[in-house]
Write a protein that binds this ligand. Structure first.
Ligand code: COI
Length: 363
């Protein structure tokens, strides 16, 4: 497929000194590499991909994404390996989810191999932008938007697929310290039959007002409840949640089950697969707010953490709702969250054996 990517690299990439300046004190998603890959869809087919200098794009004011929001995206990371090479973590899982998101939004599917190879080409070109430190990575952001100029409400006939990349450090400004969460009862993220299990831009737009409310309540993040009973915990911001139970020497990780309104996270899935190897039991089930509060009070629930590609694993230290406030693990990072985070990062940076075949070597 690489032959289908036309290589038109920038004649003026940043020099190493400028790049080093730009990537000092890395935050998340604030700096972009020299290149991008673009590909257009029209006349019922995908054109050739082009790797070119990172640039602004032009859109017709009637482009249907600006009106009716056909926009989807993905996120995965490229990690510097111990031998100096570069590998991505489960990119084919993101390719599959991207295709699912496209189907739900009546957008054309991109073949999964094209998705992965477009990202590989960008990472290969911008290899010097992959940061070396543990916990740092090159965050890869594929996206697709409807570009057809047409105001009729129907699936567009023209689309633009792009891949951009951003060298990134910790997602949350305070690093991997536990976050405080506000359980939203005014807003829901997703409803049965909706788009909650896709990575469409609208899900994130609809979350912002609740996130702002969480900040007003003195919390870092919002926690979403199910739309029907407003009782069962679904997600935290854009991340999945895990509840850790410890009793009689056994540890069990419980995560909200995928009812259709939750995003099936790649990190969530990876934790479920890794857990048994670390001696943890797992369970996917419904967890109510009442149960969360009661199990913390009884001491059976010992930790809570969120997981996602961007922040990997983030402990939850404080939970607030209109019913009151609870502390988890004295507001500190617990041993299970810390161990899972270390285990995942070690696999991602090639420091631990990749027994699942998750790493995709790019360089
Ligand atoms: C992730 O956890 O990777 C996310 O989905 C957050 C992202 C939208 C920045």
């Amino acid at each position: 497929m690489s032959s289908r990517i036309e290589l038109k690299p920038s004649p003026t990439p940043l020099n190493p000194t400028e790049r080093a300046l730009r990537t000092k004190n890395l935050r998340f998603g604030a700096v972009f590499t020299d290149h991008m890959v673009s590909m257009t869809y029209r006349d019922s087919g995908w054109g050739d991909a082009v790797l070119e200098a990172y640039r602004s794009i032009t859109l017709d004011p009637a482009a249907s994404v600006l009106h009716y929001g056909q926009a989807i995206f993905e996120g995965f990371k490229a990690y510097r390996q111990r031998d100096g090479g570069v590998a991505t973590f489960r990119p084919e899982a993101n390719a599959r989810r991207f295709a699912n998101s496209a189907r739900r939004l009546a957008m054309p599917e991109l073949p999964e191999d094209v998705f992965v190879e477009a990202a590989d080409a960008l990472i290969q070109q911008d290899r010097d932008w992959v940061p070396p430190a543990l916990g740092e990575s090159l965050y890869v952001r594929p996206l697709m938007v409807a570009t057809e100029a047409a105001l009729g409400v129907r699936p567009a006939r023209e689309y633009l697929f792009l891949v951009i990349a951003s060298p990134s450090g910790a997602y949350f400004p305070k690093g991997v310290k536990p976050v405080s969460v506000w359980i939203s009862d005014d807003f829901v993220r997703a409803a049965p039959g909706g788009t909650g299990d896709t990575k469409c831009a609208g899900n994130y737009a609809a979350s912002l007002v609740a996130q702002r409310q969480a900040l007003e309540q003195g919390c870092d993040q919002v926690v979403w409840l199910d739309a029907v009973e407003r009782r069962f915990v679904e997600e935290m911001g854009g991340m999945n949640l895990f509840f850790v139970y410890t009793s009689g020497g056994r540890t069990k990780l419980v995560t909200p089950k995928l009812t259709g309104s939750l995003l099936p996270g790649v990190t969530r899935d990876s934790i479920l697969k890794l857990a048994p190897e670390l001696g943890y039991d797992t369970e996917e089930s419904l967890i109510s707010v009442d149960q969360w509060q009661a199990d913390l009070a009884s001491g059976s629930m010992t930790e809570v953490f969120a997981c996602g590609t961007a922040a990997v694993i983030t402990p939850v230290g404080v939970v607030k709702s209109r019913l009151g406030e609870w502390t988890v693990h004295q507001g500190e990072t617990g041993p299970v969250a810390a161990r899972l985070r270390e285990t995942l990062l070690a696999i991602q940076h090639g420091e631990a054996e990749d027994t699942h075949g998750w790493m995709h070597r790019v360089l």
